[in-house]
Design a protein around this ligand. Structure first.
Ligand code: UT7
Length: 316
């Protein structure tokens, strides 16, 4: 049992291959100006040989190395993903085997793009309940496997990558570093984003998802702040799911952030990496020293399902 949990280290991994908008425009009817104007993406990373489990392992390895803990200390591995080619064994057990984590609770969780916040909330609850002491929470995606590269409405959007956090219980009297999760879904709009069947491609009604994201979500993001007892003006950074800069700007307008708050826009260089987008963006912000240690940061994921989840975290 613990009074709460906190993130003590993060890591990320992106494949080396960069695919620019111009490169896509050489094979499909699109162009750099449209993609930058309508979506905000300049380039994305596409995996060549790496699997979801490979990328999850590399990100987790960095986070673990940075945490001061060893593999023997980890008793839970949670992987948020919707794009693993293999259904069994799950990605979490593959990561555990490769990192020498011998007997963890190990599970994958699929709520598409909101997956990292769901997994972080689940790990926090497990630590509070005494069901785990130290957890690896990972978001990892290889969306390039699920992309129809002839469909310009989706091919320009997605990328591959992974981000990971090491989460541990706080000591008695110490402030919890992961605020209560606000999570939910809008199932009646579930068909607006689909990855169906055995050889699936991502299909989405872009405008339906766009309208939902820009009209329905800001109140939930504000509720996540209220649950944590943090006024949005106190946030040092906002790290939303990285789908579209126009969606991010639309939500930001309604949050009342301080003008100094950092708003993550990692999609410019990474594309939309679904469940990996939040830990990837946050890990990169921390690596660049853009958010001070201990500062409150709002994470907020949304996407397929249509699901959403967010929480305020104090960064390591
Ligand atoms: O991560 C999971 C959650 N997903 C999201 O949050 C995605 C939400 N949706 C969006 O971000 C946007 O709806 C998109 C980026 C997917 C699309 O942007 P849009 O401004 O909604 O474009 P649209 O679908 O309304 O299309 C506008 C025009 C169309 O041409 P016409 O019919 O006006 O002549 C499309 O055919 O843009 C055309 N178009 C393109 N043009 C150049 C669509 N895709 C492209 C493209 N390049 N890649």
């Amino acid at each position: 049992m613990s009074a709460g949990s906190r993130i003590i280290a993060m890591g990320h991994y992106q494949p080396a291959r960069i695919v620019t908008n111009d490169a896509l425009a050489s094979t499909i009817d699109t162009n750099d100006a449209w993609i930058k104007d309508r979506v905000g993406i300049a380039e994305r990373r596409i995996a060549e040989t790496e699997s979801v489990a490979d990328m999850a392992t590399y990100a987790a390895e960095k986070a673990l190395a940075d945490s001061g803990l060893s593999a023997a200390d980890i008793d839970m591995v949670a992987v948020a993903t919707c794009s693993s080619a293999d259904r069994c064994p799950n990605v979490a057990t593959r990561v555990a085997a490769r990192l020498g984590i011998t007997a963890p609770a190990a599970f994958d969780l699929n709520t598409a793009c909101s997956g990292f916040s769901y997994a972080l909330g689940t790990a926090d609850h497990a630590i509070r309940a005494g069901a785990a002491r130290n957890a690896l929470v990972i978001g990892a995606e290889k969306l390039s496997d699920l992309t129809d590269w002839t469909d310009r409405t989706t091919a320009v959007l997605f990328g591959d990558g992974a981000g990971a956090a090491v989460v541990t219980g706080v000591a008695d009297g110490e402030q919890a570093g992961i605020g209560p999760v606000l999570w939910g879904s809008t199932p009646d709009k579930g068909d607006a984003l689909r990855i169906e069947g055995w050889r699936p491609y991502i299909q989405q009604e872009g405008q339906t998802v766009f309208r939902w994201a820009t009209t329905a979500l800001a109140p939930f993001a504000l509720e996540a702040c209220a649950k944590a007892g943090v006024d949005p003006s106190e946030l040092a950074a906002f790290v939303p799911h990285q789908a579209n800069t126009r969606i991010i700007d639309g939500i930001v307008k309604r949050l009342g952030l301080s003008p100094d708050a950092v708003v993550a826009k990692d999609l410019v260089e990474s594309g939309n990496t679904s469940a990996a987008s939040i830990p990837l963006a946050l890990s990169k912000l921390l690596e660049r020293g853009e958010v001070p240690s201990g500062a409150p940061v709002l994470l907020f994921g949304f996407g397929g399902g249509l699901t959403y989840a967010g929480q305020v975290v104090r960064v390591p």
